[in-house]
Write a protein that binds this ligand. Structure first.
Ligand code: 13P
Length: 289
């Protein structure tokens, strides 16, 4: 059974930690993420980009994650990451995913609000949660997004739109960016405090890779309850593949299953570190309530 994303985020807030939302790329990374959560007895959100949805297909992804979640002794949610495309949203809503991030940050405010309300009506009718983004989080990831801040609003506007549209989680601009940081970001945990003073909606932190432990702590203390990690997992995956193939070149032993084991170990260790950092380790039972 896959579980509700909004419920995991609300439990995290009550427990003073954040639940990790980790972008998977294939079955290998999916199983490594679930293995890390199991090892740490932690809830986890498996996240998928539109690019990965297009490469694997909704049906196969849904089956893979359902089976992985069904066998796991920890709560696992399945979330569609940044999606501006209404047809893809409709497909995963029909497939019974836990939640979608409707990314309307490329639309003007009135259009973003109208379309977000439509997505909420469609998703809620199927029991699917909606994360909302109307300001853009800087950085291009899996072909989606912009390196420029295109839309920025006051916290009051963010909360008003979220309340009118009925979304379940809110992804504001918090000074972070997707991908690797090329210079130190100016982080905005105080913006989280302003938002949590106005709304009980779970607040989502994007662009987790590369932030310090202190930064994560400051954001969680301010009220962030879902933190997204993608680039860190891609790096762990590719660097371990690179090390493995370099060794194969020397030894002449070309054995894909042993490379899969190395990749899986590297991804599992990367994710387990984040679960410890976000404080969700040991919270599988209370998150499942
Ligand atoms: P990073 O790629 O910086 O970890 O960000 C992930 C993210 O926010 C996915 O939505």
């Amino acid at each position: 059974m896959i579980t509700s994303t909004a419920r995991l985020a609300r439990r995290a807030r009550e427990g003073g930690y954040a639940v990790a939302a980790v972008n998977i790329l294939d079955d290998l990374s999916l199983r490594a993420v679930v293995a890390a959560a199991t090892e740490r007895s932690s809830p986890v959100i498996v996240q998928v980009s539109v690019k990965t949805v297009r490469s694997i297909g909704v049906e196969l992804l849904t089956t893979m994650v359902r089976l992985a979640a069904q066998d796991a002794p920890v709560p696992v949610a399945l979330h569609l990451d940044h999606c501006p495309h209404r047809d893809v949203i409709s497909q995963v809503v029909a497939a019974g995913w836990s939640s979608v991030l409707f990314d309307a940050s490329d639309r003007d405010l009135a259009t973003a609000e109208r379309e977000t309300a439509e997505v909420v009506a469609e998703a809620h009718a199927a029991g699917v949660d909606v994360e909302s983004e109307i300001e853009n989080i800087v950085g291009v990831e899996d072909d989606i997004g912009s390196d420029e801040a295109v839309h920025a609003y006051s916290v009051a506007t963010l909360v008003e739109v979220a309340t009118r549209t009925g979304v379940d989680l809110l992804a504001p601009q918090l000074g972070t960016a997707h991908g690797l940081y090329t210079r130190s970001p100016v982080l905005l945990p105080e913006r989280v405090r302003e938002l949590t003073g106005l709304t009980d909606l779970p607040i989502v932190l994007h662009g987790g890779t590369g932030l310090t432990d202190e930064a994560f702590r400051a954001f969680i203390e301010a009220g962030v309850s879902k933190i997204n990690i993608s680039t860190g997992l891609k790096l762990a995956y590719m660097k371990s593949a690179q090390a493995h193939t370099a060794k194969a070149e020397q030894t002449g032993r070309w054995d894909p299953p042993s490379m899969f084991r190395d990749i899986s170990d590297a991804v599992q260790a990367e994710v387990a570190g984040h679960l410890d950092r976000f404080g969700s380790t040991g919270h599988a039972q209370d998150a499942a309530r």
